[in-house]
Design a protein around this ligand. Structure first.
Ligand SMILES: Cc1ncc(COP(=O)(O)O)c(C=O)c1O
Length: 465
């Protein structure tokens, strides 16, 4: 059999040795970045200039004075001002394996050797097939989904999902979703999103029907009284009023931007069963939850995969994707686009999933759940001791944890975020009434890192209260 040059390239001992050398060199350079470090006097004014220029180019300031230097070590990241921060937000959930992870660098480097920077749906290379295949393999374990369509971001995956649902249910227009939902930044996903601050000045299309979400912060709180009867009643009312005109039910298995609210299984089941009965496509938006709940998909953690017709993911896969069943497979021409993703990102996305699959992260006793328990108990301990009552309702699912800090308004906790940043910890906010501090924890966090986070949180709360 003849040999392809492309296969020679990926097997080449010389190339593998060079890549290994690069990975090792980066690891060596990053080794010392394993603790918080304040900004360095000789870097600060140069970094301030960079930030100012960035702000001016964007037309508005960065939320944090954050410009990364390009290297980190696990959950720690070095910034251009010379500081090292503990990164517990990870680009809002992209870097689940932290910074400068050797396997991710290796995969990106190998991707970067490809003949093309970007791959498209018309002329894909093998990385496209490998990532699609891994996604379908993972998705089909506990659901009926059989196909994956790759995109460059979550919003585009959602746009494709909506088009698929609408094509299947044509001419139905209406979308049912939760109050406080978030779905992305395109015109239509801004419509699905329930936050006026994210769509100021945009016209409304009146195509979204909302049902209330559980008003609790985690599974156990929800089980006590999740309001499922009320939610089901509102869903039934909407469907009765718009019979034949509902294209889908789209839901986040845990409200993300909407405040990290996680409902219990019993809350979801009647809604999903009713949609099935009414032949309304069930679409799980797992863009934030994918890989973070202790299983690859939150629908597996909840055990309702059989109900899901379509599922969207992004963030940790380094690409977006729309996953769907045979019945939901759209007509050719409906979903396409020039870019599928960069070869480095497709290759790195696969490496992330393989690491998560093989590295003891998933399952009830996997690293994800251990980190969740460790982090939530640290927050609860502070709330009961040195930060009495100022870190309430710590909860969430897996690597997504939030807490109501200080008075739960937006102003004070925003001040807290700045203080946390100054003291070396990166996290972010979510929700309204209350406004919550959220953490998208990297799966490489150790108990020692959690203790470091606790010390910074304690100090920052004391500065702000
Ligand atoms: C639930 C959910 N849907 C959609 C999106 C949009 O994804 P992206 O920002 O990759 O376009 C996000 C992003 O945070 C999300 O959390």
């Amino acid at each position: 059999m003849s040999t392809l040059q492309g296969h020679e390239m990926s097997r080449s001992a010389k190339i593998n040795e060079l890549v290994d050398g690069l990975v090792k060199e980066v690891q060596k350079l990053g080794e010392s970045l394993n603790a918080i470090r304040p900004p360095q006097a000789d870097q600060e004014s140069r970094a301030a200039g960079l930030i100012e220029k960035t702000n001016q180019l964007r037309g508005r300031p960065l939320f944090y004075n954050f410009i990364g230097s390009g290297i980190g070590h696990g959950p720690y990241v070095e910034l251009e001002d010379g500081s090292v921060k503990l990164d517990l937000i990870n680009g809002i959930g992209i870097h689940i394996l932290g910074h400068s992870h050797p396997e991710i660098i290796r995969a990106s480097l190998k991707g970067a050797l490809s003949d093309v920077v970007m791959q498209g749906h018309l002329e894909p290379n093998t990385e496209y097939t490998k990532l699609s295949s891994k996604l379908v393999e993972l998705a089909s374990k506990n659901s009926r989904m059989k196909h994956a369509w790759i995109t460059t971001c979550g919003t585009m995956a959602n746009e494709n999902a909506l088009k698929i649902c609408r094509q299947k249910k044509t001419p139905a227009r209406m979308i049912i979703t939760f109050k406080d939902a978030f779905a992305g930044r395109s015109t239509m996903m801004a419509e699905v999103t329930d936050n006026p601050a994210f769509k100021q000045g945009l016209p409304e299309y009146h195509e979204v029907l909302r049902i209330p979400f559980c008003n609790k912060f985690d599974d156990s709180m929800c089980r006590q009284s999740c309001g499922k009867e009320k939610t089901l009643a509102v869903l039934k009312e909407h469907v009765a009023k718009h019979e034949g005109n509902v294209s889908c039910f789209v839901f986040e298995p845990m409200l993300g931007e909407g405040g990290y609210r996680a409902a219990c299984r019993e809350f979801f089941l009647p809604l999903l069963a009713f949609c099935k009965e009414k032949k309304i496509p069930v679409w799980a938006d797992e863009i934030q939850t994918f890989t973070r709940t202790g299983q690859f998909f939150a629908y597996e953690t909840y055990g309702f995969g059989d109900y899901v017709d379509i599922c969207t993911i992004a963030k940790t896969a380094q690409n977006g994707a729309t996953l769907y069943t045979e019945e939901m497979n759209p007509q050719p021409g409906l979903i396409a686009g020039t870019f599928a993703g960069s070869t480095a990102a497709l290759s790195a996305g696969l490496a992330v999933l393989e690491e998560l699959e093989n590295g003891n992260y998933m399952g009830p006793n996997g690293k994800v759940n251990q980190i969740h328990k460790g982090f939530v108990s640290m927050l609860n301990r502070l709330n009961e001791t040195t930060c009495k009552g100022l870190l309430r309702d710590a909860g969430g699912l897996g690597l997504m944890v939030a807490v109501t800090a200080l008075d739960g308004s937006q102003a004070k906790p925003q001040q807290l975020l700045k203080s946390l940043f100054k003291n070396g910890l990166l996290c972010f906010g979510c929700g309204r009434n209350p406004w919550r501090i959220r953490f998208l924890l990297p799966a490489v966090l150790t108990q020692a890192d959690i203790e470091v986070a606790g010390q910074i949180i304690e100090k920052s709360i004391q500065e702000c209260s």
